[in-house]
Ligand binder design. Structure first.
Ligand SMILES: Nc1ncnc2c1ncn2[C@@H]1O[C@H](COP(=O)(O)OP(=O)(O)OP(=O)(O)O)[C@@H](O)[C@H]1O
Ligand SMILES: [Mg+2]
Length: 513
């Protein structure tokens, strides 16, 4: 429709009326250009060839009758404004015509040109509005339905009135599945009270604290997803109408953050051990020099006293004490990885086999000792004496943890650590390892003990009973050999220490003695 003229397709088989109408429209402003067709089929062909502003449509044509005519016309030219022509003022038919998609109707006896052109203009405008409305509705629908985030409409009691299609992709619930349910039903029990509180406060709040702290929400498959959400009232002037909730799945992000924190904690712990090790190593070094001097002077004194001199035994005691101090220093040096090593290619099964008798003697008869060697264990390269010390230290701890008796089981196995697995084990590179685990059925440890066991001088034993150097020594030995040590333990559920030592390359294993 331009300002100057309206183009109309007149679909009318009655020649006389068509002439009258043409004459009337010829006089109207703006000008109305009329194209006429006698049948619906011809009209549709014409509509598809030329653009018209409106259609004047007689419902009873040679090839079509009744309201059906409107439907067929609209199917061929969706959205075209149709004004229906009726012989008499049948209001029922007129209403029905509008319900079937016509914009208006004209009574054929009415031929006033102003009336006709006004009816046409209104029909065209109305159709324009309608098209825009549909368009806008489609846009808004797309905004919600194609959105990445979930959109739900909640009643004030938390009942779900609408769920957007993203709900299925994110949480697995098919369209409409949640409608009618209460949103609290899929909120994790830990978070339910907080969610209920927000719902209860809602009528007083136009908008939620933005965004709400994450909630755990149940996926249809039973797993929990972490969702971040923000709420708004449907109508800011009347919060009682309910709320719109936008929710986003942040599970992966939260998981990644947790992992990062964990890795940081492990790294801090590793640095701490490193620093303490350096300190301990430094002290042990100087201390060793002092001890050498004590030995030396004690030996000189011993030469001064003839056999049978009662003072000899005092000096011998000094020497024995210095010896004990030297043992401690050696442990410290092992922890700080400053010990001289004599690494060789070892089959851990053989080493364990040979240490077993000594171990059995140490743990006593109340504790049963089992050994479950894995067959064809890969070789490792380590200091044999140190591996024996590792086993004796772990055995000693296990014995102390089982005052009432129990069992001690040593297992070996080959382990291929993938990057994902190795990453979780502090500082281990992915690759092949030989694992040796020592499991007891003793008292176990609470978390706050477990966290510190590898630290030097950490002990829960009474003063004088433990130095707290056993596990620190093992830690140093294992690290020095390029491996790792891990503890699993729960109070009253026993303890397992597992040591990973790197597999030695097969060519090295065969070429060395
Ligand atoms: N198998 C175990 N079961 C329960 N707790 C254990 C076990 N092994 C170690 N622990 C805990 O770890 C602490 C540290 O052990 P670690 O071997 O380093 O020192 P210690 O045994 O106390 O003293 P020592 O230097 O004489 O070995 C122990 O005091 C104990 O609390
Ligand atoms: Mg110990």
């Amino acid at each position: 429709m331009s300002a100057e003229s309206i183009s109309v397709l007149l679909v009318e088989d009655d020649d006389l009326y068509a002439q009258v109408l043409r004459a009337a429209l010829a006089k109207s402003t703006p000008k109305v250009g009329v194209e006429r067709r006698r049948t619906l089929a011809d009209a549709i062909t014409q509509l598809q060839a030329t653009r018209f502003d409106a259609v004047l449509l007689d419902l009873n044509l040679p090839d079509s009758a009744g309201l059906d005519t409107i439907g067929r016309m609209l199917a061929a030219a969706p959205g075209i404004p149709i004004v229906v022509l009726t012989a008499t003022a049948e209001s029922d038919l007129a209403v029905a015509a509008v319900q079937h998609g016509a914009q208006d109707y004209l009574v054929k006896s009415e031929t006033d040109s102003r009336y006709l052109s006004r009816a046409l203009r209104y029909a065209i405008e109305r159709a324009g509005f309608q098209a825009e409305l549909v368009n806008r509705e489609q846009q808004f629908r797309a905004l919600i339905e194609r959105a990445h985030d979930i959109v739900v409409l909640l009643g004030l009691d938390g009942s779900i009135r609408y769920q957007s299609p993203a709900t299925e992709r994110v949480l697995g619930y098919s369209p409409e599945e949640l409608v009618g349910a209460n949103v609290l039903e899929i909120v994790h029990p830990d978070d339910r009270e907080r969610a209920a509180g927000i719902l209860a406060d809602w009528p007083h709040e136009e908008q939620s604290p933005d965004p709400l702290a994450p909630f755990k929400v149940r996926h249809k498959d039973g797993t929990w997803r972490v969702m971040e959400a923000a709420g708004r009232s449907v109508d800011s002037t009347d919060p009682m109408q309910g709320m719109i909730l936008n929710a986003r799945d942040v599970t992966e992000r939260v998981r990644a953050q947790e992992k990062l924190l964990e890795t940081e904690a492990k790294l801090r712990q590793a640095h701490k051990m490193e620093a303490v090790g350096r300190l301990a190593g430094g002290i042990a070094h100087d201390f060793n020099n002092v001890l050498t001097a004590i030995y030396g002077y004690a030996d000189l004194l011993l030469e001064e006293f003839v056999a049978g001199d009662p003072r000899r035994s005092d000096v011998e005691e000094i020497r024995r004490m210095a010896e004990r101090a030297a043992t401690l220093t050696r442990q410290l040096l092992a922890f700080s990885r400053q010990q001289m090593l004599q690494p060789q290619i070892l089959d851990l099964n053989i080493v364990i086999e040979e240490v077993q008798r000594m171990l059995a003697r140490m743990i006593g008869t109340d504790i049963q000792l089992f050994f479950e060697p894995s067959r064809e264990l890969w070789p490792v390269k380590a200091d044999r004496g140190q591996i024996e010390q590792v086993l004796m230290n772990l055995g000693g701890n296990a014995r102390d943890a089982m005052p009432e008796g129990g069992s001690l089981t040593i297992r070996t196995s080959n382990r291929e650590l993938a990057a994902s697995e190795a990453g979780a084990m502090d500082g281990l590179a992915p690759g092949d390892y030989v694992a040796m685990s020592v499991t007891d059925t003793g008292v176990g440890m609470p978390e706050q003990v477990r966290r510190h066991v590898f630290e030097p001088f950490f002990t829960t034993k009474a003063q004088g009973e433990g130095t707290g150097l056993g596990l620190a020594t093992i830690y140093g030995i294992v690290k020095q050999s390029g491996g790792g040590i891990f503890v699993e333990s729960e109070e009253n559920k026993g303890t397992t220490f597992t040591i990973f030592l790197p597999r030695i390359a097969p060519d090295l294993a065969t070429s060395s003695p």
